[in-house]
Write a protein that binds this ligand. Structure first.
Ligand SMILES: [Zn+2]
Length: 384
């Protein structure tokens, strides 16, 4: 690479044309002729007409790609020379989701005249997966820096396929207890964001990491919610007409059931027409999150056989939230006072313990001194 070609961030500033290619790589979007010619889209059926709602996802894409900086700029061949390389990796992983990572990596970089080093190759695949699956991916042996940054990484090992990676990241369980004895109806009737806030003192936070959806930090009371709702919906639209088990569905990015559940679980916490909706709107506007609430409840992304919500992935987390609502752990000002009282108690016990030890020592020294004095100056009781 000549010095004139050296750039610190080869993926900076994704253009509209590159974002169009991103959607094509992820969801096989087919554009109208004007879009293909680089002119403004005017056809209502063209998928690019939906792109406005994807702005939060595009922002996310711009952010994670702009931060993808070569460890040694100009120090060798870049693994990602531009956005097109990233899209090619996304397509390769989709097409060969049953091929181990090491073979895909070898296949992709064999086209390069000069191969980038292995660490750069792995980082390129991790970034492609970050975009496709919304998971912080790592191969697991070269991510010390990222671990130091406190990132919650999901490991895609060299000998595992993309399908195995996704299966390991999310625990799928046959419909659990939520679907027994009318528990789901009970949860749908009682569990909502306002109740969680009022009764259990829970606060809500948007997350870009799908694995953290509905994850409750029981100490802080913060509940994370995956907020790229339009991303989920596009995934559902892209896989809507596919027949389960067909060759086409093999190329999925995420399990359709997972996307459906994530979407449906938000509707449990923020039911249409409920005061909770205002809470969600407020959260979305403060932090520029994509919950796209007005479009909730629309059915066009569901298949006919998906009219009922089923919870195979998030059922256990919904159940835990419901349990939290029934028996909330102490939080808020009461918890603060309780914690301080406990600490003060502990401090007083510690001081009392130290005083007791010092006093015991003093008594022991005094006893020893008395004994010594008695030995040295024995009292003579005999009469002269
Ligand atoms: Zn168009």
């Amino acid at each position: 690479m000549s010095d004139s070609n050296v750039t610190i961030s080869p993926l900076g500033n994704a253009s509209r044309a590159e974002l169009k290619k991103l959607c094509q790589a992820l969801w096989d979007w087919r554009y109208c002729s004007r879009c293909n010619d680089g002119e403004p889209c005017q056809m209502s059926k063209c998928p690019w007409q939906r792109s406005d709602k994807l702005e939060p996802f595009f922002d996310f894409y711009r952010k994670v790609t702009a931060w993808h900086i070569a460890e040694v700029p100009g120090g060798g061949e870049y693994a990602l020379r531009g956005h097109d390389d990233l899209f090619s990796i996304v397509r390769l992983i989709k097409q060969k989701s049953d091929v181990p990572r090491s073979i895909l990596t070898e296949e992709f970089f064999s086209q390069y005249d000069r191969k980038p080093n292995m660490a750069e190759q792995h980082r390129a695949f991790d970034l492609a997966v970050r975009i496709m699956s919304m998971l912080n991916c790592s191969i697991g042996d070269q991510s010390l820096n990222r671990l130091e940054l406190g990132l919650d990484l999901t490991i895609w090992a060299n000998d595992k396929t993309y399908r195995e990676f996704i299966e390991n990241a999310f625990s799928f369980k046959a419909p659990p207890i939520l679907h027994e004895n009318g528990l789901l109806s009970e949860i749908e009737a009682r569990l909502n964001a306002i109740q969680l806030k009022k009764v259990a003192k829970i606060k809500f936070q948007g997350t870009d990491d799908l694995k953290n959806h509905l994850k409750l930090d029981t100490d802080t009371g913060i509940l994370q919610l995956f907020h790229h709702v339009t991303f989920l919906r596009e995934h559902l639209l892209a896989t809507q007409d596919k027949i389960p088990g067909s060759a086409v569905v093999q190329r999925v990015i995420l399990p359709r059931q997972l996307a459906l559940e994530t979407h449906d679980s938000l509707e449990i916490l923020f039911p249409s027409g409920h005061d909770s909706v205002q809470l969600l709107r407020s959260l979305a506007s403060q932090k520029s999150l994509d919950f796209d609430y007005p479009a909730f409840g629309r059915m066009e992304y569901r298949r006919e056989d998906e009219s009922e919500a089923v919870y195979c992935y998030w059922g256990h987390r919904l159940f835990e939230l419901y349990e939290e609502l029934k028996e909330p752990r102490p939080r808020g000002i009461f918890h603060w006072v309780q914690e301080r009282t406990k600490k003060r108690h502990f401090m007083m016990l510690t001081i009392a313990g130290v005083l007791f030890a010092v006093l015991s020592l003093a008594v022991s020294v005094f006893s020893a001194w008395v004994s010594y004095q008695q030995w040295k100056h024995p009292v003579n009781n005999s009469n002269p």
